[in-house]
Ligand binder design. Sequence first.
Ligand code: NAD
Length: 470
Amino acid sequence: MTYDKHYYDGTWQSSTGGETIAVISSATEQEVARVPRGTAEDVDRAVKAARRGFESWRRLPVEERAQWLEKLSAAMKTRVPRIAEAIAHEVGTAIGFATKVQAEFPIMMIGMNAKFIRETKLEEELGNSLVIKEPIGVVGCVTPWNYPLHQVVCKIAPALAAGCAVVLKPAEMAPLSALMLADAAHEIGLPKGVLNVVSGSGRVVGEAIVAHPDVDMVSFTGSLQAGRRIASVAGEGIKKVCLELGGKSAFVVLDDAPFDKAIPAGVNNCMQNSGQTCSAWTRMLVPRSRHDEAVEFAKGQLAKLTLGDPFDKNTRLGPLASAAQRDSVLGFIEQGKKEGATVVAGGGKPANLPTGFYVEPTIFAHVDNKMTIAQEEIFGPVLAIIPYGSEADAIAIANDSQYGLAGGVWGGTNERALEVAKQLRTGQVDINGGRFNALAPFGGYKKSGIGREIGPLAIEEYFQLKSIQR
Ligand code: NAD
């Protein structure tokens, strides 16, 4: 599975640098592919192609753009097994979850954006003005490795639907599904310059995209640290930015919640994709009087989540994406122990899995919200159970975070859970087991980001407004 070229201007293009990046399997630690290490020159060529592509793409009738998205979605469907396999290697995602959540779901979202743009009102009369939504222009998209295709689709599908052209840089650790997307675009004959993909490092390719004078907007998903840098470089160019950054989401279990349902749901949420999920509920807030009961339920659920080879159908949790990610997570676990939290499950490397970047799913109990493991995004299979006194304390603890991306509340009634949910400073909250909704906007309060993705409202990010008075 090797891609030796970038994709821009409607064709596969050799990199001007000639160097490549190895893609490593998180399970076997072996190289599974190589992709080009792009240069600023590659980016410049791709942005110029996007600018040309934009001029004709934005003029296409909405219906035609919608049909292109449907064709792209159909072409991607034939690639599901290959995408799932690539992501199981790159990220360590268990193959069943990789197939459904990492491949099928984003492919469906491409098609959903066709419907969203058909239903978007592009003109509105306001007094003597005609207010028109126009596509913002060339969008630079920079994405992370944990849900590699999903994060790409969250940006490119609404951007293309709105009439923008895109230059995408996928994560260096997980670039293969983005290149398969380019392959699908090429196969269906998507107009040239509309979707352009340059692989490479954040420092070189990512920064060149963000700083390029012909890029009108930057949509970034990744760490807070990189988001800060990107926002400041984009700020120099007075570019719009959309930032989807980290999280340290709280799951508030109220004293009248059914623990047998709530606690397992909280554990599953935290451990999904081996904890490499920005919206994971990594802090579980439980009433102090029921702390030990919560720990027992949590341990019981964790024991059901088999750790192992991502290609084994019985595996629920695979390895972490890289050696660096594994070492970082193990470092946080040691810090938790040092700061006095109690390990009640896991806590290190599994002895039976010597090859692959595995970390035991780990539960800490008696965690204080001031501890490092309750404040920093660990991005691994680590749950912190935090006892609280009153409901007001629970809300204060949940909000005592620099992040505000997601969260959950489970109470004896929906009404009580809803009242608590309204007081959480975070972009999404699921109450009493509320399911993920592909129409709901997703994004962060506070340092979790700026802007929203997913659903019909995400398209709005890619418009600018023009007022014509008459
Ligand atoms: P990262 O910030 O290291 O990298 C993300 C992307 O940015 C990569 O493609 C990288 O090459 C690029 N990049 C890095 N520095 C850059 C720079 N200076 N200029 C331009 N591009 C640059 O993040 P990661 O390790 O790939 O992903 C994990 C992080 O992503 C976590 O913090 C996680 O919470 C966050 N995340 C957020 C969401 C969300 O929707 N809010 C979703 C998934 C992941």
